[in-house]
Design a protein around this ligand. Structure first.
Ligand code: ZN
Length: 255
């Protein structure tokens, strides 16, 4: 439970345990087990399950490819958090989710981890685009998250090769394109344009990387979706198993 709740405070954990107890009581249980806590964790982190929400077959399939895209890209990248589970049961405002289990309560991240997170965020939309040749509004949170990460990497964390270790603008004063909307901008219009350009290039790079990973493993992507459509929720370990099976089918070339 601790691994699946990074950054939770004591009060958050208390809330989670309370939810687990309420859920258990509703099911006339006299003792709680891990399943109750996992159910409560998902409810606290992602909102209540909306099993009764009617989704069209097409919407379900779209969501399945979207979530499978995140999960598969994540499973293919080293140095990313292990997948806990993938589901297409709607929760709160989300139509599906891919949950991760970070191995440590990290407070600082390196370039590779952040870059992988951007690729994983683009993975959902990338899968929709590859399969259906169109994208839905379901990816807006992912795009926001990727954009924020890239903006911080360039403007705050000095992780851009082109700009080097320099901070552009002050906290919370930038709009999504990294353009400072505060009054005392500390860089020129020319630099602002360069930051915009760097952000566009970085997003495009990660989008293409996600698409390549998915295209190279398209059979596994289809398989994950097939199982998701049937089971609605699958375990992260199942995806790893599928990948291993898929790779063992490849005949090694040249010894
Ligand atoms: Zn997504």
């Amino acid at each position: 439970i601790a691994r699946g709740t990074p950054g939770f405070s004591g009060a958050d954990l208390k809330n989670l345990i309370n939810e687990a107890a309420l859920g258990g009581a509703r099911n006339n249980k006299t003792e709680l087990n891990l399943a109750d806590f996992e159910w409560a964790r998902d409810k606290v982190m992602m909102g209540t399950e909306r099993k009764s929400m009617v989704m069209s077959e097409k919407e379900k399939r779209n969501t399945a490819y979207h979530e499978a895209g995140h999960a598969l890209v994540s499973a293919l990248l080293p140095k990313s958090d292990p997948i806990h589970k993938v589901t297409i049961v709607p929760r709160g405002r989300a139509l599906g989710m891919t949950a991760y289990l970070p191995e440590n309560d990290n407070h600082s991240y390196d370039f590779e981890y952040l870059s992988n997170r951007i690729t994983i965020a683009m993975g959902g939309r990338a899968a929709e685009e590859i399969i259906f040749d169109e994208v839905t509004t379901g990816a807006s949170n992912d795009i926001q998250q990727a954009t924020d990460t890239i903006r911080n990497m360039i403007c705050r964390w000095g992780m851009s090769k082109s700009f080097g270790p320099i901070v552009f603008g002050s906290d919370n004063q930038m709009n999504v394109l990294g353009r400072d909307i505060g009054k005392d901008r500390e860089y020129s219009e020319k630099t602002a344009t360069e930051i915009d350009e760097e952000m566009r290039k970085t997003i495009k790079f990660h989008d293409e990387k996600a698409k390549k990973l998915l295209r190279d493993n398209i059979e596994v992507l289809h398989k994950i979706v097939e199982v998701l459509m049937k089971e609605e929720t699958i375990d992260g370990s199942y995806i790893i198993k599928l990948l291993k099976k898929d790779q063992s089918n490849v005949v090694p070339v040249g010894g």
